[in-house]
Write a protein that binds this ligand. Structure first.
Ligand SMILES: [Zn+2]
Length: 426
């Protein structure tokens, strides 16, 4: 049994909503953070983690773990989304068993990368068993795909059953009407209405590519050709002429809405989201974005407009792995105009807000659940520890969920001082 009370010292504690604390101490009792400061309350014993940054457990706001069997992203860099989607359909069709081992592998990979909570999109027929076994907090968004009227009723019934189910160990249940080009308008309306009545969050891929915006505006273009070739087109699928803002207006009725990607949203749509930032958020998936070689993501502008942006890995079908820390580092390279501390916040506090759990997760302050991640820093970190975290190859060496350490993790790289090796940590 882990001790119910312990204190951890790190070269830097990153509370997220206040300045980093050099040689800071986080004290945990009963699974919650009870103190954060320069020393343990009452001068109690402190486990020294050495040259690490101790920060809130990372929250991956968008994954599809059922695709964790992809060894590498499907297709070559720069392919069009309309050429990638048929490859995902083919990948799903050719494997004999999309089974639990794939999801279990994805969960382990996330946990090993310092992720303590995630929002996963689950395909029809998923088994909750692996999520129940894993310590990670999983918000399970049932994927809804119904591009034709015949499929809409079945999808809605699936949505109802999902929200009524009570998988053990599950953190949150939500719905994911996949995208404007795969969901009939009547299903989208019914799913949002159901989510609103159930208090459930909704996630939707929206405004990912210019071809999607063209489809909404005209009902034609490469997307329509792709959907017709898959037998996934029906008249009325898209209420032409439409624009992403029409979908945002609908999604605003959900208790919480996650807009996945949002690459092509315009300034008026950012303003719409900014006015509702406590309930509507955008999930940016940096390496998935790069896989499609989309134009530069307007991260700095969206943040300046007041949009609540968080980060996701998306799936291994469009990203090389499931490390949110790697996404943060990639974003740091791509967006030098965004402060490193802001990127840390996107992966923690902003994601907690997006999922409606900011009162419990995403910051290191007393009263929050003790979800923690320790990442090694260079022996002489820069003056800015967030910059050192994002511009070094430091590794996750320990993670706690609700005060319980999650094994197993690799030992620290050579040359990094760890006073307590991980085997003796609480
Ligand atoms: Zn996705």
């Amino acid at each position: 049994m882990p001790p119910s009370s312990f204190s951890l010292r790190a070269r830097y504690v990153l509370p997220v909503t206040s300045e980093p604390i050099e040689h800071g101490v986080v004290t945990v009792a009963g699974g919650k953070i009870v103190a954060v400061g320069p020393a343990a309350p009452g001068g109690g014993k402190v486990h020294d983690l050495g040259e690490v940054a101790l920060l809130p457990g990372l929250i991956n706001a968008h994954t599809h773990l059922e695709l964790s069997d992809c060894e590498r992203p499907l297709g070559t860099t720069g392919l069009r989304l309309v050429d990638w989607i048929p490859q995902v359909v083919a990948h799903r069709a050719k494997r004999s068993d999309p089974g639990p081992a794939i999801v279990a592998g994805g969960l382990f990979e996330c946990l090993q990368a310092g992720t303590t909570a995630l929002a996963d999109t689950v395909a029809p027929g998923f088994s909750p068993a692996e999520f129940e076994r894993a310590p990670i907090r999983a918000a399970l968004f049932q994927e809804l795909i119904a591009p034709t009227p015949e499929r809409a009723d079945r999808a809605l019934e699936r949505a109802r059953r999902h929200l009524e189910s009570k998988p053990g160990g599950c953190w949150q249940l939500g719905l994911s009407p996949h995208a404007p080009y795969t969901v009939r308008p009547e299903l989208l309306d019914a799913a949002i209405d159901l989510a609103a009545r159930s208090g459930a969050p909704v996630a939707m891929h929206l405004a990912e590519s210019l071809e999607e915006v063209e489809l909404l505006a005209t009902g034609n273009g490469p997307f329509r050709a792709m959907l017709e070739s898959l037998g996934a087109w029906s008249d009325g699928l898209v209420p032409v002429p439409a624009r992403p803002l029409d979908y945002l207006r609908k999604l605003a009725a959900a208790p919480y809405a996650l807009i996945v990607h949002g690459n092509c949203l315009n300034a008026a749509e950012w303003d719409f989201l900014a006015e509702r930032r406590d309930r509507m958020s955008v999930v940016y998936c940096p390496r998935s974005h790069a896989h499609f070689d989309y134009p530069a993501y307007p991260l700095g502008k969206m943040l300046a407009a007041g949009v609540n942006v968080c980060l996701g890995t998306d799936s291994r079908a469009s990203a090389p792995d499931l490390s949110l820390l790697a996404e943060m580092r990639f974003a740091a390279e791509r967006h030098p105009d965004v402060r490193p501390a802001t990127l840390v916040e996107l992966a923690t506090r902003a994601a907690a807000c997006a999922l409606g759990c900011h009162a419990e997760l995403g910051r290191l302050v007393p009263g929050m659940k003790a979800d923690l991640t320790a990442v090694t820093l260079p022996p002489s970190p820069d003056a800015d520890p967030c910059e050192a975290l994002l511009h070094s190859g430091g590794r996750v060496v320990a993670t706690w969920i609700e005060g319980t350490r999650q094994p197993p993790f690799p030992t620290a790289p050579a040359g990094v001082r760890l006073v307590d090796n991980s085997a003796t940590l609480p």
